[in-house]
Write a protein that binds this ligand. Structure first.
Ligand code: PEP
Ligand code: CO
Length: 481
């Protein structure tokens, strides 16, 4: 096998010689081996062609020519593998991207946290209730959430169920896209039936009308000839590459390309808890050809970040490496600038992507995990300001969001309060922006992107009527660092 020099000692299983965090312990190794053998024979879920295409698009995002919109559940569940729930996630991402494309005039790369986001890192290996201690729930790929010894025992069969659910999900998404679901001529396909009238819905409708007029204009110019870019969009999948035996089983070689690809997803990422440069996850990720991301948050040091970049992208390959920052609204202003400068000094071009969710989680007095819309937005604003001052683009965003009318995050134009949270709190792990909060966030984000270094044109957009704009936090001067 033709591997570059730095990968001569790498194999899909070489991570097994390193310390691996967050891995479940299976009671029956023979059953586990049988499942992994099966899994490694099953067909891939994505192709190397799609992966390389995405890498090219991400390289453009690193240059500020495209924008990555990545979003979905904190943790997918097998029960949510349903047509309406999957279509809802697609709809909200399509609507957000329409707002961004329209208001910020930048092409959007859409990546779902879906079709494989089934394994979760946890802060403890066990959970104790009323004196009974059981293994912690690690996501549907590993065990079941019910607090019962059988349900909590890691079950290898769930690896197969996860692969199958991922295949069903991606199959449905591909069918919808190929069937014209994402056709810009028919944004009515994306309307969610619980959308409430109000400023966010009005702002969205205005953009839809403006896009319809623009399409009419362009099709007049082409003499009615269809413009393929309007009819079809690409959708890519991503998940945290946490469960290394699962990821290894889906790591394959393909004809006429060198190296190994993770063909279980287009764009896997390493979580903030498993990014130890000497650990198993970094060892696994350095050898695959996919574009990859690393979550970086406290307590990362400059030195650690530089080591990670050298290990994961020694060849400075365009589009290869994305850094997803998640420091929290309070810490980002002090933590991020030295990291950005350290990489700039070394001439590294990565995608700087902001995850404004994971550093802003809090627990209510009644014990529910939540996040405040205003804090999320604040981290996004501060991150933009830091990057723009360094002359860099914000290459993308990473949100936990839902296409449903859930009540998990506080605030936003819909004014969700603590008292509302229990009405439709459905996430088994982290709180997500609901449909309306997601669209409102996209409107704010588009305004931040209008101020990006080198943005084209002036700010002439529809929706100049202030009454149809969401309440603006971003019209204030951005936070100085
Ligand atoms: C997540 O994305 O759900 C997650 C656990 O994030 P992080 O690794 O940034 O904590
Ligand atoms: Co999460």
């Amino acid at each position: 096998m033709n591997q570059p020099g730095h990968l001569q000692d790498w194999q899909p299983d070489s991570w097994q010689r390193k310390p691996a965090r967050q891995q479940p312990v299976y009671p029956d190794p023979a059953a586990l081996r049988a499942v992994l053998d099966q899994l490694s024979q099953l067909p891939p879920l994505v192709s190397s062609y799609e992966i390389e295409n995405l890498k090219g698009q991400l390289a453009a995002a690193a240059r500020g020519e495209r924008f990555l919109l990545q979003g979905g559940d904190c943790s997918e569940t097998f029960a949510d593998c349903q047509s309406s729930i999957i279509a809802g996630k697609l709809k909200v991402l399509l609507q957000m991207s329409l707002l961004i494309v329209h208001d910020a005039r930048i092409p959007v790369i859409r990546v779902g946290r879906f079709a494989g986001q089934y394994a979760k890192p946890r802060s403890s290996d066990t959970e104790t209730r009323n004196g009974q201690t059981l293994p912690v729930y690690r996501g549907d790929l590993v065990n079941r959430p019910n607090f019962d010894p059988d349900d909590r025992t890691p079950d290898p069969e769930l690896l197969l169920r996860g692969y199958e659910r991922a295949a069903l999900t991606i199959n449905f998404i591909r069918a919808l896209i190929d069937g014209g679901f994402a056709d810009l001529h028919h944004p009515e396909n994306w309307t969610l039936n619980f959308a409430r009238p109000g400023p966010v819905a009005d702002a969205y409708q205005q953009r839809v009308q403006a896009v319809a007029r623009a399409i009419e204009f362009m099709e007049t110019l082409t003499g009615g000839a269809p413009i393929p870019q309007l009819q079809r969009v690409d959708f890519f999948t991503s998940h945290e590459g946490l469960h290394l035996l699962y990821e290894q089983a889906l790591t394959r070689q393909v004809p006429r390309r060198t190296g190994w690809y993770n063909l279980g997803t287009h764009f896997p990422w390493i979580g903030n808890r498993t990014r130890d440069p000497n650990g198993a996850h970094v060892e696994y990720f350095r050898g695959i050809r996919n574009p990859i991301a690393v979550k970086i948050g406290p307590p990362i040091t400059e030195e650690e970040l530089v080591t990670l970049c050298d290990l994961l992208d020694p060849g400075h390959e365009p589009g290869r490496l994305t850094l997803i920052t998640r420091f929290g609204a309070d810490r980002v202003a002090s933590a991020l600038p030295p990291l950005v400068e350290a990489l700039q000094r070394r001439g590294r071009r990565v995608l700087w992507v902001c995850d404004p969710m994971h550093g802003n989680t809090e627990t209510t007095a009644s014990g529910l995990k939540t996040r405040r819309f205003e804090r999320i937005l604040q981290e996004l604003e501060t991150t933009c300001e830091i990057l723009y001052q360094a002359g860099l683009p914000l290459a993308g965003v990473h949100f936990e969001l839902s296409g449903e009318d859930v009540t998990e995050c506080l605030g936003g134009a819909c004014g969700l309060t603590e008292a509302d949270l229990t009405r439709a709190y459905r996430s088994p792990v982290d709180p997500r922006l609901n449909y309306e909060q997601s669209l409102e966030m996209a409107l704010h984000l588009a305004r931040l992107l209008q101020r990006r270094p080198g943005a084209r044109g002036t700010r002439v957009f529809v929706g100049t009527n202030p009454a149809t704009q969401p309440p603006s936090v971003t019209d204030k001067p951005l936070v100085r660092t």
